[in-house]
Every structure is written in structure tokens, then in C-alpha cells.
Design a protein around this ligand. Structure first.
Ligand code: FES
Length: 116
């Protein structure tokens, strides 16, 4: 049995289209995205290559480019798309409710549907 833990990350309007913001909760840090088609997504905040924060990166379409070495990830799935990034980013379920963005941070992976 899983216990869902949704946390409010920010207002939906806090993120411009094709942009990303940082969200910290406890000792964890996340990157929250808004894509060009108004999709909202969340991943681990740190790049899997060098732990540089992706909130300082560049969103193009549904891709985030790390600001450190220009590795790229697919935002919805977390798949690594360009070296030197080669390990997938963890993704988190997101919902928008009442103009606020919520992330489910209690385990589970948005791209695989796995729950822990
Ligand atoms: S730290 Fe992100 S690609 Fe190297």
C-alpha cells in the first residue's frame, strides 16, 4: 500500500512557458517544468552527470539542457538524450489544481508508473 504525498511546489503562473524552476522540499531538490504546450513536469533537481542544478538549464520544447556540460534529458520521461548525460533522471507525477502545481514526492516514477 502506498501513501500519496502531494506537495505544493509553486503557482502555475510562476513558471513561464519553456522554463524551469527549482523547488526544495526537506533535503531533496526538484526541477519543475512548464513546456511550450503548457504541460507541467517534475524531475530530480540535479543532473545525473555532475549534480549541477537543472533549474539553471535551458528548456527547449520538451528537453532540458544542463547548464554545466550541455547534457540533455527528455523532460516527460527523464531519458538522457545527449552526452555526457547518460543516466536517466527520475521523474515525479505532477498535477495542477486551483492554479497551483503539486508534485507527488513519495516514490513512484511518473515515466514508468512504478510505485514504491
Ligand atoms: S553536470 Fe549536467 S551534463 Fe555535466
Amino acid at each position: 500500500m502506498t501513501s500519496e504525498q502531494w506537495v505544493k511546489a509553486c503557482a502555475a503562473s510562476d513558471i513561464d512557458r519553456e522554463d524551469v524552476v527549482r523547488f526544495d522540499c526537506g533535503e531533496s531538490t526538484y526541477a519543475v517544468y512548464r513546456t511550450e504546450d503548457d504541460g507541467y513536469y517534475a524531475t530530480d533537481g540535479h543532473c545525473t552527470h555532475g549534480r549541477f542544478h537543472l533549474a539553471d538549464g535551458l528548456v527547449t520544447g520538451k528537453t532540458i539542457e544542463c547548464p554545466k556540460h550541455n547534457g540533455r534529458f527528455d523532460i516527460p520521461t527523464g531519458e538522457a538524450k545527449r552526452a555526457p548525460a547518460c543516466v536517466r533522471l527520475r521523474t515525479y507525477p505532477v498535477r495542477v489544481d486551483g492554479g497551483c502545481v503539486y508534485i507527488r514526492i513519495d516514490g513512484g516514477d511518473a515515466s514508468t508508473g512504478d510505485a514504491t
